[in-house]
Write a protein that binds this ligand. Sequence first.
Ligand SMILES: NC(=O)c1ccc[n+]([C@@H]2O[C@H](COP(=O)([O-])OP(=O)(O)OC[C@H]3O[C@@H](n4cnc5c(N)ncnc54)[C@H](OP(=O)(O)O)[C@@H]3O)[C@@H](O)[C@H]2O)c1
Length: 339
Amino acid sequence: MWLLYGANGTTGRLVLSIWQKAFPQLPPPLLAGRDPSQLALLSQTYGSPYEAFSLQELPTLSLPELPRLVVNLAGPYEHTALPWVTWCEKQGIAYLDACGEWRTFQRLYARGSSVPLITAAGFDTVAGEAALFLLRQRYPQARTLHLYIYAKGGFSAGTVQSALTMLPHGYYQWQAGHLTPIPFQEVRQTLQDQVVSFFSATLAELITFPAWNPDLVRLSTWVALPPRYLRWRSFLERVFAWQPFAEAILKLVRARRTPLAQQMNLSAESLVLAKAEEAPEALLLRTPQAYVFTAWTVLRSVEFFLAEGAAPGPASALSRWRDRLWQALPGTWVRWQPL
Ligand SMILES: NC(=O)c1ccc[n+]([C@@H]2O[C@H](COP(=O)([O-])OP(=O)(O)OC[C@H]3O[C@@H](n4cnc5c(N)ncnc54)[C@H](OP(=O)(O)O)[C@@H]3O)[C@@H](O)[C@H]2O)c1
């Protein structure tokens, strides 16, 4: 049995819908979250049991049956990861998330764990690490890497909150074993026939990828950003450090959860470009829409874990199952572009 926390969020709902359509072999999850009325509706739709509880109730939580795996899809993970990891360690069970927040990974990777922490099982890290991994498979001498992520089809309120939570903490690249600060910059890259502007972003891969590629010299990460965000970026960065203002903005974003989910284009594609200073070609990777892809990466990771378990300690989903995970995901392709 596995437990799905945050089942009523945008990503949780997509996981349930794809589980029902494409994963008949996976047992039903125990649906969990804070909102009993939403969980009761989901329970009726999917025929799965549910339990409503907040993170504050975790220390005294008692479940009818202990799950083998907790899948935490409630974010920002800055607030939700550690309470769940602590609970899983106390119970001796595994933990999985779709976290993309570099500061949370810094904490998890620094403290280690006695149970499997299957981290970063979401679009940006699975696709980003797959692109870097495939580039290094073809060019093992590539050690100075650049990663560009272009997720199309909209963002959920949870993703916007996660991004805003990390905003005051700056921009970094990974260099010779450390995160080193960099200025916010724009670079242009050609993806197929399209020129796209990318901007500095401190992505999860800066922590997760060097953890299993210790011979890297440098890694920089970039994202394509919506123009409306760019207009507000510098203002938001300055004022987001002020807690009451940050709380008010996060509340406004939370209130937009349903419209943001409804505005998503679930058939859009996402593109990832990986380059190395030592390689004559760049790798262009395509995935289905980021949240649809996340539902697949989470479900495949659950499937692999339930079938064969996983080693204890923190490690990204892609680093655990590498080619096998990548090849088990539908709607993807890889192309090579000469530089
Ligand atoms: N790495 C990736 O590529 C990737 C992809 C997809 C999602 N994600 C991450 O996954 C997280 C959820 O995304 P989403 O699309 O589902 O967002 P969403 O639609 O806004 O839903 C957020 C979910 O988190 C729950 N939640 C938030 N704060 C909580 C807290 N303090 N305690 C308990 N539950 C809490 C919400 O519960 P309530 O309904 O009770 O408020 C809701 O179920 C975000 O952090 C997002 O960045 C990452």
